[in-house]
Design a protein around this ligand. Sequence first.
Ligand code: F6R
Length: 260
Amino acid sequence: MEVIIQPDPQAASAVAARIISHTLRDKPNAVLGLATGSTPILLYNELVRMHRAGYLDFSQVTTFNLDEYVGLQPAHPASYYSFMFEHLFNHINVKRENINIPNGLADDIPGHCRAYEERIKACGGIDLQILGVGTEGHIGFNEPTSSLGSRTRSKTLTPRTRFDNAPYFGSESKVPRHVITMGIGTIMEARTVVLIAYGSSKANAIAQTVEGPVSSMMPASILQMHPVAKVITDEAAASQLRNTSYYRWVYEQKPEWQQF
Ligand code: F6R
C-alpha cells in the first residue's frame, strides 16, 4: 500500500487527477470505477479543468459507479446519478452509453446486480477504481462486517452512514435505508485502487485501514491485500497514522519514472 500525504485536499485531489491522466495516457479506453460523496468533488473539478484545457479525453472511457440508493429516482438531487452528471459527466466527453451506475429502481435487484458484474467483466474489468472511505471504514457501501469477498448486491446502511449523509437529504429520516453497492470482492479486482480521504473525521478510518489489522470491521483495511493500492490523504486525515515520516520519505525518494 502506498500512502501519499498532501498538505490539503486540493493538492491531494491534484495527485489523484494525475494518476487518472497517466492511466488514460497509457490506455485511452480505460475502464474507470468512480465514487461519489463530498471527497471526490475536487478531483472531478480537476478532471473537468484538465479536459477543458485539452489534456484529458474521455471519448473512449467506460465508467462504473460504485453505488446508488435503492428507491431514489435518478433525477432526485441526492441520487448518485444526479451527483455524477452534475460534478463530472455533464462537463466531459464521456459517451452516455459508456456510463454505468447501479439502478436503484430496478425491479429485480439481485438480477440487476448480477448483470452489473457481468458488464464489468464484459468491459475487461476495472483498470482504476477511485474510492472514498466512510468514517467507520466502508468502501462503496460495504459497511463494517460486509463479506470481504462480496459482489455487487444490496446492503443496509448503518445509522452512522445515514447520519453522515443526512445533509444531502435535509434530514436523517429521509436517507434511504438500502443501497446497491459493488462488493469488496468486486473492488479488489480493479487493477489499481486509489482511495482518497480528507479531514479529521477520516483520521481513525485511515489509521486503521493502513496500519490496523485486516478486518471486515474496517472494510477498507482489505486494501492491504491489494497489489496496487494507493491511499491519498490531506494532513488532517493522516493525523492518526504512526509511520508518516516513512510514507513522506518514500514519496520524496520516488524516481520520476516511478511517480505514478
Ligand atoms: C460513495 C461511496 C462512499 C463514500 C464514503 C465517503 O460512492 O462509495 O464509500 O466514498 O461514504 O463519503 P464522503 O466523501 O462524503 O465523506
